[in-house]
Structures are given as structure tokens and as C-alpha cells.
Design a protein around this ligand. Sequence first.
Ligand code: PLP
Length: 234
Amino acid sequence: MNHIADNLAQVHQRISAAAQRCGRAPEDVTLLAVSKTKPASDIEHAIAAGQRAFGENYVQEGVDKIRYFQQQGQQDLVWHFIGPLQSNKSRLVAEHFDWCHTVDRLKIATRLSEQRPAGMPPLNVLIQINISDESSKSGIALSELDALADQVAALPGLVLRGLMAIPAPEPDYQRQFAVASQMAQALQGIQARHPSADTLSLGMTDDMDAAIAAGSTMVRIGTAIFGARNYAAR
Ligand SMILES: *Cc1c(COP(=O)(O)O)cnc(C)c1O
């Protein structure tokens, strides 16, 4: 096994253990492999090990990888855009990705919906919540969620799949769990009106166990699969 296959196996074990500890089925937690800054050859190792869902933060880098694997005839990959999204890049996301995790305003949602090509299924979107209330981070406050969820759900080119958050780094498990539980409650809160919202995108390498215990259905893991990132090399 190469190190990426080995790392993936370990992450799957971590997911299974965390799920079993709280009586959840490991299959209810989707592993999103965050491949930002990493070369296509690393993604190929992950594909060979069975991984199909990939997360990218930078629009052009992600589109280049999507095109590359389409040209290779690899049609069964699922691409998630998980980075901050500016209006002028929305078209590339709408035309190439399967999911966008970072919808946090109606303007971006409307553009994604209008720009989604007619021949493609609606774009799966998550509303990003600023759960740690840091002014520097993107995402909306929980108090704004109901209104934005109704607006997003009404757009024909999108399907509202749930919520996403990037909590502030926090080493303490109990505090990680408390924040993650707030997100799980928020998801339950919109599910009655929006049954398609079945996804909680929460948990990274350092807080995935608490996120799963609280109810995350999609963990976004980069470092534990591909190793540390070298941003200077981008
Ligand atoms: C980079 C990134 C991740 C992966 O983080 P790791 O700590 O490397 O697992 C997950 N989510 C988002 C939004 C990211 O930008």
C-alpha cells in the first residue's frame, strides 16, 4: 500500500470507531477527501484505494482537476467546492462541481442557480454557518438561517442539502462537541420545511471524532489523508 491508501484506511477506521461509539452506522458518514494544493497523482492514489468524493478550495485548481479526470474517462467522481466563493467565480463552480458547501448569501445562490447548465442535475448546496462567530470567517449567523434556507430552496438550479461550518480551532473534545451539537440542532431545525436537507458537513482532521458524535454526515479530511500542505508550491 502507498501512504495515501494507508492513510485512507486509517481515516476509515477512525470514522467507524467514532460512529460505533455513539451507536451510528459508519456508512452514514461520508468521507470527503480534501485534495487542495495536492497533485492529480495523489488523487489517483486515493481513487485506486476506492475514494470517490473530493473537496477543493480554489476554483481554478478544482476545475483543472475535474477536467483532467474527465479526460481520463473517470466519470464516477463527486466534486465538492468547499472554499470561499466570489461572485465572479460562481459560473465555474456551477458548470463543473457537484456540490458547493459555502453558500452564505442569496446573491451567490441566485447566480449559481442561474448559471447551472440545463443538462446537469441541480447543484447540491450547503449553507455555511459562522458557528464560532468570528468576524473574519464567512458564513451566516444561525438567526439568519431560516430566511436564507427558504430562499435557497426555492431556486430551481439548486437543491438545499444541508449545512456546513468551519468551527474555530479548539483542542478540547467537549467544547468541539458542544459547537458541533449546535450545528446538528440547526440542521434538524430546517429539516421539517426542507426534507432534502440531509447533510451536515462538519469535522476536519483535528475535530472529526466530536463532529461524528454530534451527528455530522460528512467529514472533510485533508491532512490525515494527503499529509501536510505546502502552500508555497501552488
Ligand atoms: C483544508 C480544509 C479542510 C481539511 O482540513 P484538514 O485539517 O487538512 O483535514 C476541510 N474543510 C475545509 C473547508 C478546508 O478548507
